[in-house]
Design a protein around this ligand. Structure first.
Ligand code: HDE
Length: 716
């Protein structure tokens, strides 16, 4: 730990505290001068090595089981400071949850620059290929509370904190490249509408209700993000299999002060993958922590998730030519028009040691930006620049939240900000103002601004980007609300389009107000007439009149990059296969399949009616999970190795039949042996290219067999 003083005399000891030591930072334990008072026994642990239990002020506790009472059966005494401190602290353990993105999971990692781009930006992290910095990432859902499920239909937060040597850079993005609204002033309305309804306090973590769709129906600019939110992007299979986007247009600025627009993309190395809605609903019951567990377990097992950082770079001339405004966060730039160039890779390689201290207390700020990167005038981004700093004060309770280890920069920081609640630094000297000339008196004068290397705001010097006037208006092209939703919908495969239509039917069926339903469908007519018709039929309502568009949509060329299925990676790595066995199953066959799955980078999870040692052919075998607690929705593919009599017994068990029924319904590969036939028949699993003899499982692979979908589900 560094005990060095910075130039203002502050000790930045807390931020240097190594995570995971489970100790209060030494300097908080030691005296202000760092020395341990020698009149206290130097022994800090008992003979077994366990630390002595103390209260928060270091007093050793003799009894942690009984409070201090007036007599054996008498009342508890106020004098019992041990009891009072313990209960007092417990009573105040909770802090306000985030107003949005309350449910989240975090991990540490490293970012590595793979392609230096000094000509484009002076950001230190992009100066040299191979340069690295630590990162902390928090993924989240948006609408639900901190204890809500992991798999609702929702946008996912993708917030990355890069601890660079020139300060923290927080790229606080989402897994969807566009947003519902164009101007920050609408954010409180959007959030109020999607959260549980104000009078009844439900639904939790769901957009399928009146107030959300009422707001959406009245807000045509939301239609593009609605397409994404109703697509399978909003029900990811794993946090490791989502793309991330900076959403806004940012700027790169080089040493010469020249600017280029930039959009940031995170591309998952494991590819993008989603669940099916029915599956997402069932996972919510089977494992509400599905994503959190998956992330934790993967990192724990050394299977580190990684993303490539890509950029779309362009100049004002390109921006001026596009049929949309690049400052409008409801628009994206198709990758086919402007390819994504990969410049770095982020790998998450360490779980948090303490969820509260790190994940919950992490405070992301879009204003955390470093020299070489700058904002643009995107009105949504501009509003965010205020909101995040503001909200941390209400959530973390103090303006000194930057001193919490997870938020503190890993480079030195010095300034004249002083005091405030829970100040943990101990600045020395008198220099708490600037300018000062204390140096001339031989004192420490504190830090000074750096005109050369400090952050300077980019000046565009052109009419479009520095207009100068202050007006409460939106730029003209912001009025095109439909061209990009149409682009998104038309870029999907047939069954991805069907999923969007079904999601809209599901959500709008939960809406109880007829006029709200009709209004949304009237908007869909501007996106795609076929989609509007499907949804109207699914709702059994007449096709309403087409909504008037503020600006007529144009047809953009479909983009394959917008479809999950067109870019699907057919791989076992990072995927989980459930193998069902029971009494008498062939151990050698199970072992061989498990080994093959693991060799290909996947995880094999053994499922049986009982978890302890089951007698199988060739010995006994333990299961990883009990059948009733391990439904097939938790796996990407399933296989079964069963003897006919064991299968016949299981055919009477609803959990076993459902296991196959769901795997089939969710279009997964099913590998089975002849012994399982009775179960397969009971589950009404029909032969197709994804239902194969277990010997062919590896050849068939872990993928969705979408051709099956029309046979198992009535697609809207
Ligand atoms: Fe946020 N957003 N947001 N947001 N946002 C918050 O900050 C806000 C927006 C995003 O894991 C809050 O610390 C406004 C877009 C993520 O801790 C709050 C507007 C994007 C997270 C806030 C937006 C995001 C947040 C709540 C409209 C994608 C979770 C707690 C102008 C680019 C970060 C907090 C984490 C969190 C405000 C819109 C992403 C209230 C006013 C667009 C990933 O400050």
């Amino acid at each position: 730990m560094s005990k060095s003083k910075n130039s203002s005399g502050q000790k930045n000891s807390l931020r240097d505290h190594p995570p995971g030591s489970g100790q209060v930072p030494t300097e908080a334990v030691l005296g202000a001068g760092g020395e341990l008072h020698q009149n206290v026994s130097a022994k800090i642990a008992d003979d077994d090595g366990a630390a002595f239990l103390t209260d928060n002020f270091g007093h050793r506790i003799s009894d942690n089981q009984n409070s201090l009472k007036a007599g054996e059966r008498g009342p508890t005494l106020l004098e019992d400071f041990v009891l009072r401190e313990k209960i007092f602290h417990f009573d105040h353990e909770r802090i306000p949850e985030r107003i949005v993105h309350a449910r989240g999971s975090g991990a540490h990692g490293v970012f590595e620059c793979t392609k230096a781009i000094p000509g484009l930006t002076k950001a230190s992290i992009f100066q040299k290929a191979g340069g690295t910095c630590p990162v902390f990432v928090r993924f989240s859902t948006v609408a639900g509370g901190a204890g809500s499920i992991d798999t609702p239909r929702d946008v996912r937060g993708f917030a990355v904190k890069l601890y660079t040597d020139t300060g923290n850079w927080d790229l606080v993005g989402n897994n969807i490249p566009v947003f519902f609204i164009q101007d920050a002033i609408k954010f409180p309305d959007l959030v109020h509408s999607v959260k549980m309804e104000a009078d009844r306090g439900y639904p939790q973590a769901a957009s399928a209700h009146d107030t959300f769709w009422d707001f959406i129906g009245l807000m045509p600019e939301s239609m593009h993000t609605i397409m994404w939110a109703m697509s399978d992007r909003a029900i990811p299979r794993s946090l490791r299999m989502m793309e991330g986007f900076g959403v806004h247009t940012f700027r790169f600025v080089n040493e010469k002060g020249e600017g280029k627009f930039v959009k940031f993309h995170w591309k998952p190395v494991l590819g993008i993958q989603s669940t099916i809605w029915d599956e997402a609903v069932k996972i919510a019951g089977a494992d509400p922590d599905f994503h959190r567990r998956d992330l934790f377990e993967a990192i724990d097992a050394g299977d580190f998730p990684a993303w490539d950082l890509g950029v779309q770079l362009f100049d004002e001339a390109f921006a001026a030519k596009q049929p949309y405004d690049v400052l409008d966060a409801t628009k994206l730039i198709p990758e086919e028009d402007l390819p994504v160039e990969i410049i770095g890779r982020m790998t998450l390689n360490r779980n948090v040691d303490n969820f509260f201290a790190e994940t919950e207390q992490a405070a992301f700020l879009p204003t955390n930006i470093i020299p070489g990167i700058d904002f643009t005038n995107d009105p949504l981004l501009q509003g965010r620049l205020f909101s995040y700093l503001d909200t941390q004060k209400s959530r973390l309770g103090t303006t000194n939240f930057h001193q919490i280890p997870i938020n503190a920069p890993k480079c030195p920081f010095h300034n004249f900000q002083r005091d405030g609640m829970m100040q943990t630094l101990v600045p020395t000297g008198r220099a708490n103002y600037e300018p000062n000339s204390l140096v001339e008196a031989g004192e420490d004068g504190g830090p000074r601004a750096s005109p050369e290397t400090g952050f300077t705001t980019f000046t565009a010097n052109d009419e479009r980007n520095d207009p100068g006037q202050k007006l409460r208006i939106r730029a003209e092209l912001f009025a095109d609300h439909y061209s990009q939703p149409r682009l998104f919908y038309r870029s999907q495969t047939d069954n991805e389009q069907a999923h969007i239509a079904s999601a809209l039917v599901f959500e709008l069926s939960k809406v109880t107000l007829d006029h709200v339903r009709a209004r949304v469908v009237s908007r869909l007519r501007n996106i795609d007439e076929g989609l509007a018709k499907r949804v109207a039929e699914g709702l059994a309502i007449d096709l309403p009149e087409k909504a008037k568009a503020a600006r007529a949509p144009i047809d953009m060329a479909p983009s394959d990059a917008l479809s999950i299925q067109k870019r699907a990676k057919d791989m076992l790595k990072g995927r989980k296969v459930g193998i069902l066995f029971a009494d008498g199953s062939d151990k050698a066959a199970i072992d061989a399949l498990k080994a093959a799955i693991e060799k290909a980078g996947g995880t094999a999870f053994l499922v049986a009616p009982k978890v302890g040692g089951i007698k199988v052919k060739g010995g006994t075998l333990k299961a990883d999970g009990q059948l009733a607690g391990s439904p097939s929705v938790l796996f990407d593919a399933v296989a079964s190795i069963l003897m006919p009599d064991a299968a016949a017994k299981l055919a009477k068990d609803g959990a076993a039949v459902q296991w196959f029924m769901d795997a089939y319904g969710h279009c997964k590969t099913i590998g089975h042996c002849s012994g399982s036939q009775i179960l397969i028949d009971k589950a009404n699993v029909q032969p197709d290219e994804g239902v194969v003899p277990v010997e062919d499982f590896m050849k068939t692979g872990v993928k969705r067999h979408w051709a099956r979908e029309p046979h198992v589900r009535d697609l809207a």
